[in-house]
Design a protein around this ligand. Structure first.
Ligand code: HEM
Length: 207
């Protein structure tokens, strides 16, 4: 597919369409349970999963385009910052639903969370905010190239780790949750392969 055919679904329009879809689906899911605690918890789980997908696409985009260059992977790499902002929006809905859960059912909320969820989840949100704010040319420039790289690399791997732990700890009760680890392991492997291939100098065979 030629790159121009992707033009419509690019940049801020891509973000607006995906973010609106996430908001609409979240309202619909909560509405199916009359906006009671079950519906709110379903939204927490739904946005954890949409965030997983968007995070893996954004964090794996450059490696994917390097290993399999084609129209789709180039489109994804071009739009990875907008996919990243959509990930932040998805996690913004996660936060709103968490606050609603705490308000509607304080006892259930206390049972579902711990000090560790605040500490590790809080660090996760701090990274998401810092990475989102510095996704734009002006803020990225103000931060400087090497600090930007350190922030996005550390934050990316921290979030990967947090998704692993948050999904992984549910595997003993629900073994199918192991499926959520597949995209995370795949993104990690893609980044390692891509980094290794970038470091290996290409030798040209001359007779
Ligand atoms: C202070 C911050 C956070 C709090 C208080 C929090 C709270 C919660 C709660 C209460 C649930 C369980 C919902 C239920 O069982 O009904 C949940 C699920 C989850 N959260 Fe968060 N969260 C936070 C941040 C994060 C972050 C930063 C990530 C990822 C980077 C994340 C990923 C997940 C995942 C993967 C699930 C499991 C969803 C599922 O069962 O499919 N959370 N969170």
């Amino acid at each position: 597919m030629s790159e121009s055919r992707h033009d419509w679904f690019e940049g801020w329009r891509l973000f607006a369409v995906l973010a609106l879809a996430l908001v609409a689906l979240s309202i619909w899911i909560a509405g199916m349970r009359q906006f009671e605690v079950d519906g709110v918890r379903m939204v927490i789980r739904f946005t954890a999963r949409t965030s997983l997908l968007l995070f893996c696409l954004a964090f794996g985009a450059a490696a994917l385009a390097r290993i399999w260059p084609n129209a789709f992977t180039r489109w994804l790499r071009r739009n990875r910052r907008y996919v990243g902002v959509t990930f932040a929006a998805s996690h913004g809905i996660h936060a709103i639903a968490i606050a609603a859960f705490a308000g509607i059912d304080p006892a259930g909320y206390a049972a579902a969370t711990s000090i560790a969820s605040y500490v590790f989840g809080g660090i996760g949100y701090a990274f998401i905010i810092a990475m989102t704010v510095t996704l734009f040319d002006r803020t990225a420039k103000a931060l400087g190239a090497s600090a930007w790289r350190r922030l996005h690399l550390t934050g990316g791997y921290y979030l990967l780790f947090q998704f692993m732990v948050s999904f992984g700890k549910r595997i003993p009760d629900m073994p199918l949750y192991a499926l959520f680890l597949i995209p995370l392991v795949a993104v990690f492997a893609l980044r390692v392969i891509s980094m290794a291939s970038a470091r290996t100098p290409r030798t040209i065979e001359t007779g």
